[in-house]
Design a protein around this ligand. Structure first.
Ligand SMILES: Cc1cc2nc3c(=O)[nH]c(=O)nc-3n(C[C@H](O)[C@H](O)[C@H](O)COP(=O)(O)OP(=O)(O)OC[C@H]3O[C@@H](n4cnc5c(N)ncnc54)[C@H](O)[C@@H]3O)c2cc1C
Length: 451
């Protein structure tokens, strides 16, 4: 109780008023009138006498005096209190700094325990998602910069082949959780398996594909491990402090944000399919498989898979724009749904598929599955032909890594030309049929000359 009293906050002294000799002009007791505490009496010469015990240090009299004949000063007792306060503040500041230094040292030591770049190998019925191999490509750059192992996490049922395949794409180790319980993806056993591996082997970076499964799993793992997760990264590099720089579009794609996970590990990121280039496959590469098991029984898992329903679309919607080598994309500049048939003809000639901007999707001319861009598919074809597409940033982020970009637009200022390898300024409704006819002519000439 006594100690608590001692620790009671000392009020900061405000000082008391006093008269500066020779400056008062006996103005008529303005100071006395302003005092809220009757702390001023006037002497026979009309000068103020300050009653120190009553003065609360409000300084109203000082402010009201027309000749600045009053000032505030600290009594010896107040000066002592002020010195005491300064001492206390200094000691508190030192203690706070010490606490921060200690905490930071703890964080740094904890982070140092984490080593290695991990890639989660996504599979369905044993068929790997190609994004996993793309992640091994960027993972190889990261692990080389950090001087650590590039590893995969393979979870499923009879998955040894997939571990070997991950070595062919550059991994040197595979952490394998092989159990019939993992046959179908379910969030709980999968995230628990990964968290168990992370707790034991402590990777500093973990990458997953930004697919439906990858997004679900990454979120659950990051939540359980209380670490940072950056979704849909378009760039991953390492800075000079070993932090993973995770770059992704932000604010509707208008800026690129670089995000760091500074105080927790692993640093987790997801990347959409086709954003990173595919690494070369070399089946002669070998690696080490580290098998682990999860102490979980089927009865412990609330979710049961009763039936798997294939939701892949058929007909026009079955086209996988993201996997195509040639894409002829149409935007609002196509003016009508019927005009997309000329894009189909050009795509057929080139062995490609038709894609679209969101503008064309919103106009109801193309299904959403064909949309390229930030909220559509990310594509990386050999040839991307943008027809009547302005080149909004949200479209560009989905196609700007194409090998060759050909833009057709009647507005020569259209932003699409900034990323285009070749640009044609003209009416798309005339240019596209002209190109298609020319290709047909060249093909016909070629077949005649080879006859
Ligand atoms: C959060 C968010 C996410 C988004 N995600 C996406 C996305 O994933 N994908 C996407 O595409 N957009 C996306 N958008 C929309 C994007 O901002 C643009 O509005 C959209 O890309 C515009 O589509 P467009 O280029 O077809 O249409 P417009 O911008 O209207 O451009 C039409 C172009 O056609 C040209 N043109 C017109 N007539 C002709 C002609 N006869 N011949 C030649 N050229 C002609 C015009 O000069 C113009 O440049 C997103 C927006 C937001 C806010």
């Amino acid at each position: 109780m006594e100690e608590r009293e001692q620790k009671k906050k000392i009020k900061k002294p405000r000082g008391v008023a006093r008269l500066i000799p020779g400056k008062c002009i006996a103005c008529g007791a303005l100071c006395q009138e302003s005092c809220p505490k009757d702390a001023i009496e006037m002497n026979d010469q009309g000068e103020p006498i300050i009653i120190v015990e009553n003065c609360i240090g409000c300084a109203k009299c000082v402010k009201v005096c027309p000749t600045e004949a009053l000032e505030m000063y600290l009594t010896p007792e107040e000066q002592r209190l002020l010195d005491e306060l300064a001492k206390q503040a200094g000691a508190k500041a030192v203690a706070e700094v010490e606490e921060v230094v200690e905490e930071e040292a703890g964080v740094a030591a904890r982070l140092k325990e984490y080593k290695g770049v991990w890639v989660f190998v996504e599979q369905t019925d044993g068929k790997p998602a190609t994004v996993s191999w793309e992640l091994l490509g960027v993972g190889a750059d990261l692990s080389k910069t950090l001087g650590v192992d590039l590893c995969t996490v393979v979870i499923g049922d009879k998955m040894e082949d997939l571990c070997q395949e991950s070595f062919a794409y550059g991994a040197s180790k595979a952490y394998l959780m092989d159990d019939p319980l993992f046959h179908h993806y379910r969030t709980e056993p999968y995230y628990r398996a990964i968290c168990q591996l992370v707790d034991k082997y402590k990777p500093e970076i973990m990458l997953l594909g930004a697919t439906g499964l990858g997004r679900d799993l990454a979120g659950a793992v990051a939540t359980e491990l209380k670490t940072g997760l950056t979704a849909d990264c378009t760039g991953l590099t390492i800075d000079d402090k070993r932090y993973l720089l995770q770059t992704r579009p932000a604010f509707g794609g208008n800026i690129m944000a670089t995000i760091l996970t500074e105080r927790t590990r692993p640093q987790m990121a997801t990347v959409r399919p086709h954003v990173m280039p595919m690494p070369e496959k070399d089946t002669s590469r070998k690696g080490e498989i580290i098998s682990e098991s999860l102490a979980i029984k089927e009865e412990d898992i609330a979710v049961k898979v009763l039936e798997v329903i294939d939701d892949r679309k058929h007909g026009a919607e079955a086209v996988d724009v993201a996997a195509a080598d040639v894409i002829v994309s149409g935007g609002r500049g196509m003016h009508a749904k019927e005009n997309f048939s000329m894009l189909e003809r050009l795509a057929d000639e080139l062995g490609g598929v038709v894609g679209s901007s969101r503008g064309a999707v919103e106009a109801g001319w193309m299904p959403v599955e064909r949309q390229v861009g930030q909220t559509g598919k990310t594509v990386r074809p050999k040839i991307y032909i943008a027809c009547g597409i302005s080149g909004a940033i949200q479209h560009l982020v989905g196609m700007q890594d194409s090998d060759v970009i050909i833009a057709i637009n009647r507005d020569k200022q259209a932003p699409i030309f900034e990323v285009a390898t070749y640009g044609i300024v003209g009416d798309v409704l005339q240019v596209v049929p002209a190109i298609t006819n020319r290709i047909k002519e060249l093909r016909a000439q070629k077949s005649v000359s080879t006859m």
